[in-house]
Design a protein around this ligand. Sequence first.
Ligand code: ZN
Length: 132
Amino acid sequence: MELVRHSCGHERKYRLNGPAHSVRRQIEHREAMPCPKCRKAEEETKFVRECESAALANAEMGLPELTGTAAQVAYAEKCRKDAVMYARMKSTPMAEIIEAMSRPTQARWWIENKDLGMHQWLPVINDQFQAR
Ligand SMILES: [Zn+2]
């Protein structure tokens, strides 16, 4: 077992195989990175920041607040911002996109539909939600 001191300061033992120079390289590669636990924490922090900035951008565009649990709403804001971005790739006027995107207000709906393609967003919304 080789002891590796990660860039975050945490030490971890790894079973590394191969000739000495290869083991050396594997150790250096790992030393340059935070430990797996810190990497996961970093990713979670990044995800939370993305959700927060999406919520802010959506509010600035005039989109209404979403309903649902705090966790659902946070993730749904990110899904909704991505949806606006995809919808904008078409030549639809922005006001029309915002009007349509304002209709579904359940966080769950945005999460369940997050994989819709750019051509699908507006037809699906028009299909499921009456224009106000
Ligand atoms: Zn660490």
